[in-house]
Design a protein around this ligand. Structure first.
Ligand code: 13P
Length: 253
């Protein structure tokens, strides 16, 4: 029997949001009814400056919070960085690691992403490890090879299936309004599941939530989320507004 993990819809606010934006999360909390909560796990990853206030405001709503990045070390002379334990202390339960914007703009390799993801586990956070090909890699027919390599390089050793989330985010689909075809998404997600099976064993691999991210919006969420091995979404722009984010959650549930 195949186990289907409970879907997760996660919002990545990136470098957006000030205290006034908590109005949106208040509205999300009010809009998420008990039936939806039973069907879907919901998460918002705000900038670190909002994490504590947002976590406190969302208590009792069923919406969890997470960080967008963490340092691999627990503490020390790392100006500007935030540790996994600090995120946990501010109320986070998850942290995104290896987002393509970190890999590209901050030069993070899969080895760095692996160390950060291990640090997250050490602080009892669930890492959401992002992987995905560039447009050039897709055009060259390298999508599956690139994604598998990033997965192998970024996954902490010995991690259990329910301790980690994988997000497949094609770089060219982020913030562009473009998405791969449903068949392409299904092919990559199936390949990720197979590779996870090789790395952690089939039973554990079946428990991993594999999210799709890249231009997810209310109008395409239903179709994308209905695909095999798609266990939720990592949403950027459309997670900033309660109305859109709730519509995506409803499409999944
Ligand atoms: P968009 O939904 O804005 O394309 O962003 C996707 C993303 O990068 C989420 O992490």
């Amino acid at each position: 029997m195949t186990v289907t993990p409970k879907p997760l819809v996660a919002g990545n606010w990136k470098m957006n949001g000030v205290r006034a934006s908590l109005q949106q999360t208040d509205e999300m909390g009010r809009g998420l009814d008990a039936a939806m909560r039973r069907k879907v796990d919901v998460l918002i990853c705000p900038p670190s400056t909002l994490l504590h206030a947002m976590s406190a405001a969302l208590i009792g709503t069923g919406i969890a919070t997470g960080g967008q990045d963490c340092h691999a070390e627990a503490a020390g002379a790392f100006t500007g960085d935030v540790s996994a334990a600090m995120l946990a202390d501010a109320g986070a339960r998850y942290v995104i690691t290896g987002h393509s914007e970190r890999r590209t703009l901050h030069g993070e390799t899969s080895a760095v992403v692996k160390a950060k993801s291990a640090a997250a586990l050490g602080a009892l956070l669930t890492p959401i490890i992002c992987i995905g090909e560039t447009n050039a890699e897709r055009v060259a027919g390298k999508t599956i090879a690139v994604v598998k390599k990033q997965l192998r390089g970024s996954l902490p050793d010995g991690v259990a299936g329910d301790e980690v989330v994988i997000a497949y985010e094609p770089v060219w689909a982020i913030g562009t309004g473009k998405t791969p075809t449903p068949a392409d998404v299904a092919e990559v997600h199936a390949a990720i599941r197979t590779e996870l099976g090789r790395l952690m064993g089939k039973a554990e691999a079946a428990k991993v939530r594999i999210l799709y991210g890249g231009s997810v919006k209310p109008s395409n969420a239903g179709e994308l989320m209905g695909l095999p091995h798609v266990d939720g979404a990592l949403v950027g722009g459309a997670s900033l507004k309660a109305e859109d984010f709730l519509a995506i959650i409803r499409a999944v549930g």
